[in-house]
Design a protein around this ligand. Structure first.
Ligand code: PMP
Length: 394
C-alpha cells in the first residue's frame, strides 16, 4: 500500500547542510542551519548545562515516567522565564513537548480541536516548518505582510492592513522575538498596536518564542509575549529551549495556554495532556530537567545567563562588523539593517541567483531566500562574506 505515497519535498535547509559537507573547498562558510556556533565553529554545551548534567547523574534515582504534561516544576520555571509576572500562574496551563517544534505542533492541534475552520495568519515570510506543519494538518494558512524588501525592516503598515481581515475564531501566529528568517522585529509600540487590533477583531494570538535571550536580552525579548499574554482573553505560547540553553538534540519545549479566566485552566490543561497522550504519551524529560535545575539554582542560573549574554553579544558584534565592512566596501548605508536586525538570522534581500553565485564563487552557504545565520560567521569570515555580497551585486 505504501506505493500510493507521494514523494515529500526535502527540507531545503537540511539539503543545504549536506551540500556544505560535500563541498571539498577548505575555505567555505556555513551560514545555513539555525544552530549557534562560537568563533571556532563549535556548538558548545553551555557550562551550566554541563554542571547540571553532572549533578543529575549523581542525584537521579529513577527514570520512571513523569506526568503527561512533564514535570510541573519545568512548566513553572520556564513559564516564569517567558512570562515573568505578566499573568498569574493559575491562568496558565502548560505541557512539556519535544522541542519548540513539538509545542508548535501541539498548539496547532489544539487550535484544530477547538475550531477546525480556524484560519492561521502567518507572517510572510515565516519559519518554513510553520507552513509545512499547517499544510500537513489541513489548517488554512493566511499570510500577512511582514518584511519590507526595500528597508529590510518590518512592513508594519502592510501587516496591520492584512490583520484587519482577522475574524473571531482565527489565529495569528507571531514570533516572540528574533524573527526567523528575517531578523526584523516589532518594537513594543508595534506589539501594542497588534494586541489592540487582535482584541478588536477577537483573533487568538499564538506566539512562537524560540530565541529568548538572543536579541536584546532575556527580559527585553519577552516583552511582546508578556504584553499580549496580559492583555488578551486567551493565547497560546510555544517556547523552545533548544537555542538559549544550547540543548538542541534533547528536544525541550513547552506549550502554554494562557487564559484571563482561571476557570479555563482545567479544560486547557486536560486538552494539553490529552494531546501529549495521543501523540507520544510522556514528553522527553532530560533536557527539561536540566533547564529546571539551571533556572532554580541561583549559581547555575547566573552562569547560564552570563554565557547566554556572551553569545548574544558575540552575534551583535558580528552584525556590527559586517554592517561596517559593507558600508566601507559599498560606500553606502544600505546594509545598516544588518546591525538593526536581532537574533541569529538576517534576511539579506538577495536574489536566488545572487545566493547561488555566493555559494558557487565563494563557498558561502546561505538559505535560498538569502537568510544568513550570523552565528556561522567569525571575525575572519566577515570580510570574506562582505566581499562576496558586494561582488554578487547585492
Ligand atoms: N520556532 C522557530 C521560529 C524556530 O526557528 C525554531 C528552530 N528552528 C523552532 C520553533 C523550534 O526549534 P526546536 O524544535 O529545535 O526547539
Amino acid at each position: 500500500m505504501f506505493e500510493t505515497l507521494k514523494e515529500q519535498p526535502a527540507d531545503k535547509i537540511l539539503m543545504l547542510m549536506q551540500a556544505y559537507k560535500e563541498d571539498p573547498r577548505t575555505q567555505k562558510v556555513d551560514l545555513g542551519v539555525g544552530v549557534y556556533k562560537d568563533a571556532s565553529g563549535n556548538t558548545p554545551v553551555m557550562r551550566a548545562i554541563k554542571a547540571a548534567e553532572k549533578q543529575l547523574w549523581e542525584s537521579e534515582t529513577t527514570k520512571a515516567y513523569t506526568g503527561l504534561a512533564g514535570d510541573p516544576a519545568f512548566a513553572e520555571a520556564l513559564g516564569k522565564l517567558v512570562l515573568g509576572d505578566a499573568v498569574p500562574a493559575e491562568n496558565v496551563a502548560a505541557a512539556a513537548t519535544p522541542g519548540g517544534t513539538g509545542a508548535v505542533r501541539q498548539a496547532f492541534d489544539m487550535i484544530k480541536m477547538a475550531n477546525p475552520k480556524a484560519r492561521v495568519f502567518v507572517s510572510d515570510p515565516t519559519w518554513p516548518n510553520h507552513l509545512s506543519i499547517l499544510k500537513h494538518m489541513g489548517l488554512e494558512i493566511v499570510p500577512y505582510r511582514y518584511f519590507d524588501n526595500e528597508t529590510r525592516g518590518v512592513d508594519f503598515v502592510g501587516m496591520i492592513a492584512d490583520l484587519h481581515q482577522v475574524m473571531p475564531g482565527d489565529v495569528v501566529l507571531l514570533h516572540g522575538c528574533c524573527h526567523n528568517p528575517t531578523g526584523a522585529n516589532l518594537n513594543i509600540s508595534q506589539w501594542k498596536a497588534v494586541t489592540e487590533l487582535l482584541l478588536e477583531k477577537q483573533g487568538t494570538p499564538m506566539i512562537d518564542i524560540a530565541y529568548q535571550g538572543f536579541g536584546d536580552g532575556l527580559e527585553e525579548d519577552a516583552a511582546g509575549v508578556r504584553l499580549v499574554a496580559s492583555s488578551v482573553p486567551e493565547c497560546l505560547i510555544a517556547a523552545s529551549c533548544s537555542k538559549n540553553f544550547g540543548i538542541y538534540r534533547e528536544r525541550t519545549g513547552l506549550l502554554m495556554a494562557v487564559s484571563s479566566d482561571a476557570s479555563a485552566k482545567k479544560l486547557n490543561q486536560g486538552t494539553l495532556n490529552y494531546l501529549n497522550r495521543q501523540n507520544y504519551s510522556f514528553p522527553p524529560d532530560h533536557g527539561a530537567r536540566l533547564v529546571t535545575m539551571v533556572l532554580n539554582d541561583p549559581e547555575l542560573r547566573a552562569d547560564w545567563a552570563a554565557e547566554l549574554e556572551e553569545v548574544r553579544l558575540s552575534m551583535l558584534g558580528l552584525r556590527e562588523q559586517l554592517a561596517s565592512e559593507l558600508q566601507r566596501l559599498s560606500g553606502s548605508d544600505r546594509f545598516g539593517f544588518i546591525a538593526q536586525h536581532r537574533g541569529m538570522f538576517s534576511r539579506l534581500g538577495a536574489t536566488p541567483e545572487q545566493v547561488e553565485a555566493m555559494r558557487h564563487d565563494h563557498g558561502i552557504y546561505m538559505v535560498g531566500d538569502s537568510r544568513l545565520n550570523i552565528a556561522g560567521l567569525n571575525k575572519t569570515t566577515v570580510p570574506i562574506l562582505a566581499e562576496a555580497i558586494i561582488k554578487a551585486g547585492c
